[in-house]
Write a protein that binds this ligand. Sequence first.
Ligand code: AMP
Length: 418
Amino acid sequence: MNNQIRNIKGTKDILLQETLVWQFIESQVHLFFKQYGFEEIRTPAFENTNLFIRSIGEQTDIVSKEMYSWIDQGGNKLTLKPEVTASVARAYIQHNLGKKFSINKLYYIDSLFRRERPQKGRYRQFKQFGIEVVGSSFPEQDAEVISLAYNFYKFLGIKDLRLKINSIGSKESRSLYKDALYKYLLPYKNKLSTLSQKRLKTNPLRILDTKIDFEIEILNQAPHILDYINKEDREHFDLVLNLLDSLKIKYIIDHKLVRGLDYYCKTVFEIQNNKLGSQDALCGGGRYDYLIEELGGKPAPAIGFAAGIERLILALDLNDEKFIQSPDVYIISLGEQAIQHSLVIAESLRKNQNLIVITEMLRRSLKAQIKDANRLNAEYVIIIGEDELKNQEVIIKNMNKGEQIAIPFDKINSYFVK
Ligand code: AMP
C-alpha cells in the first residue's frame, strides 16, 4: 500500500533549474512593464464569492463550474481567485484610486485557481502576469496595452506570434448581435452539440469559440459582430487598428473572437503561438468599461490583459544552460578548523564581493568535494587543508584556466576584487 501524499491533480511543483526560468520571466515582467509606467498591485488569494459572480458572470464556465469555493467557519462564502481583473476592480473602488489618480496603470503577477480539465498548458493552479489600466477610454490606451503584450513576447524572443483582434462594441450592440446570431443558428439547432444547444439558450456568443469542425462550418456564414457595432465603436476600433499599423504590429481581425467573460466590451484581443497545440492562447484581454460601475464604483473605462506563465515557458525556446546558477567560489574544507575558516571566508566574500559562495556541509573527502565543485561548475575553488592552516593561507584555483595560487587569509578578499 502506498501512503505517500502527492500533489493535487492539475497543480505542479516547480523544481531546481525550472525555478530559475520562473525567476527570469518574473524579473523581466517587472522591468519591462515599468518601462511603460506601470506599477505593481498585489491582491489577496481569496475574495468573497459574490465578487466573481457579479463580475465574470453566472453563465460563464469559470463561475458555473470551475471555481474553488467554500464556506468558512464564520459562514462566509469565499473563492480562491480564478482571475485577477475582478480583484483589481474591487481594490480600485475600495481604495478610491480613481479619485487619487486620473489614470491607474497597474500590473500583477499572481496565482489563479480554476477547476478545469488538466492537459498540456492547462492547470488547476496556474500563474498569470497582466495589466489593468483604469481611466482612459481612448483608442491609444487600447494600442498601448496590446503593444505592451505583443512587444513583451517579442522581447523574450518568441516567434510566430498571432495577434487576433475584434470589437464586440457596446452592451446594446452586443445584445442586437446576440439576437441575430441566435436567429441564424436556430435552424441548425438539432445539428449542434449538446453544449452548443445549451449555449444557444444561455449565451450564443460562446458558440463562436467552438472547436468542432461541423459547427465551425455552420458558423462560417454567420453574421459578424462588426456589422452590428455602432459608428462610435467602429471609429474607436479603426483608430486602434491604425495605431497598431503605425507600431508595425501585425494583426488578424477575427470575427469569432468574443472572449468568454461577460464584462468585456469594444476591443478584445488574443495573442497565440503555434507551438502550444490546442491551448494556443498566450494571453487574452480587452476593454471592460462597465465593470467598475457594475461593482458599485464611479463609472471608469478600463482595459487589460492576462497572460499565462506556464504557456509562455512552453513557447520559449529555452537554452537551459543560460539558467544554470553556477557558484563563483566553492570552498573545500578539510577538518573542523578549516570548516570554521570556510564559513568566515564565505561570509566575507558574499558581503564584500557579492559572490555566490558554497561551503562544504557534509565533511566529505577532498576528492568528493572537488567532484562536487566540478558538478556545480564553480569558477573558483578555495582549498583549506592542514598545510594551509599551518601557513595561514588558502589555495585558490581558477577552474577554467587550471591555474592555482597560495594566498594569505587576509588577502583573499582583495584577490577577488575585479
Ligand atoms: P483568461 O484569464 O482565461 O483570459 O486567460 C488568459 C491567459 O491565461 C491564457 O491565454 C493562458 O495563457 C492562461 N491560462 C488561462 N487558464 C489557464 C489554465 N487553466 N492553465 C494555464 N494557463 C491558463
